[in-house]
Design a protein around this ligand. Structure first.
Ligand code: FMN
Length: 328
């Protein structure tokens, strides 16, 4: 079981949430979430999606490791069987600020069984799951979903209304369809449409990669806050800067290359400490594009960085990139 927490659930005020760290399976582990806190944000964190089936079979998976500093922390569940979802939520409830239901995952092996975005085809089932989890846990429940399965079957408004009726505390809309996967642009106008139809808060998700995007997205959508995923992958300060902007109107500068490289070095060192050199070095390969995107010849450097097998070589290569581009 996860270790017990000293966090007082009653101190979590859902109305104060303006920024959410969007769940990123295989990315937003405990180290990632720790880095967000280190860079100042007290945003709502979300775990990577947790399979309700897996949790019911084995209530001690590595994925549900967490620490007190992470709170407020939503546990995200994926699944479509009411009894399994309720049981999984009940296992997590003593440790959770709230439960988030994944109705947006587009991955084939997830949707074939009716999970993730396939839940948008069965709004009645999603309704029952939200209602039953609320009843069983007494926790706030949120739902993250897409525009629909395909461009011709977009049912995000009806689906959002149904989740509101079921008692969801808020919804997060990733403004793409399932068939788009991650291609094209998130359609923020659709978030504006949903916002007009619901009384509960709506969080905007999709392609919010900078403070400028936060501003534009909120202007276009009128959403109650933002849910940021990949934008954090090369800049752990983004949730804090987003919060400062939303709460106080303050625009803090984006980190420069030196700050980003220092962030990347710290991230690498912590992941290696957490998962060991071999796994940590491999894990970090998915982040280089994001961190060094502003560097000239970024793809050349990325290709070199992903070849290294140990931390020392990577740290040296990063110092070299910095010395060659110190005016960036
Ligand atoms: C690598 C990766 C893993 C993801 N894992 C999850 C997940 O576990 N649960 C979920 O609801 N969404 C997941 N998503 C979707 C994101 O939370 C988010 O909706 C999407 O990336 C769009 O937002 P962004 O442009 O801010 O990244 C994942 C996305 C990526 C790229």
């Amino acid at each position: 079981m996860p270790k017990s927490k000293t966090f007082d659930i009653k101190t979590f005020d859902i109305k104060g949430v303006k920024v959410i760290q969007a769940p990123l399976a295989g990315v937003s582990d405990i180290v990632f979430r720790g880095m967000i806190r280190k860079y100042g944000s007290n945003c709502l964190m979300t775990t990577e999606m947790i399979s309700s089936e897996m949790l019911c079979n084995n209530p001690n998976p590595r994925i549900i490791q967490f620490e007190d500093f992470e709170y407020p922390l939503a546990f995200q569940l994926v699944g479509h069987k009411i009894d399994k979802m309720v049981k999984a939520a009940t296992i997590l409830a003593p440790f959770a600020s709230m439960i988030d239901i994944n109705c947006g995952c587009p991955v084939k092996k997830v949707i074939v069984s009716g999970d993730g975005s396939a839940m948008m085809k069965t709004p009645e089932l999603a309704y029952e799951i939200v209602k039953e989890i609320k009843n069983a846990t007494n926790l706030p429940v949120s739902v993250k979903f897409r525009l629909g399965m395909t461009s011709d079957t977009q049912n995000y408004i009806e689906f959002g209304q149904k989740m509101q009726e079921a008692g969801a505390s808020f919804v997060t809309l990733h403004a793409r369809t399932r068939s788009q996967l991650y291609s094209g642009c998130a359609d923020w106008q659709k978030i504006a449409k949903l916002k007009k139809e619901l009384d509960i808060p709506v969080f905007a998700n999709g392609d919010i990669k900078s403070l400028d995007d936060v501003k534009k997205c909120l202007e276009i959508t009128g959403a109650d806050g933002v849910s940021i995923g990949r934008g954090i992958m090369g800049d752990f300060s983004l949730p804090f800067r987003a919060q400062k902007y939303i709460e106080d109107g303050i625009i803090l500068p984006e980190p420069d290359l030196k700050e980003k490289i220092n962030m990347l070095k710290e991230h690498l060192i912590k992941e290696v400490d957490f998962m060991g050199e071999r796994n940590g070095v491999k894990f970090m390969r998915k982040f280089y594009n994001y961190y060094i995107s502003t560097v000239r010849n970024a793809s050349k450097y990325r290709s070199a960085l992903v070849q290294y097998e140990n931390k020392k070589e990577i740290l040296e290569a990063l110092d070299e990139i910095l010395s060659l581009h110190s005016s960036n």
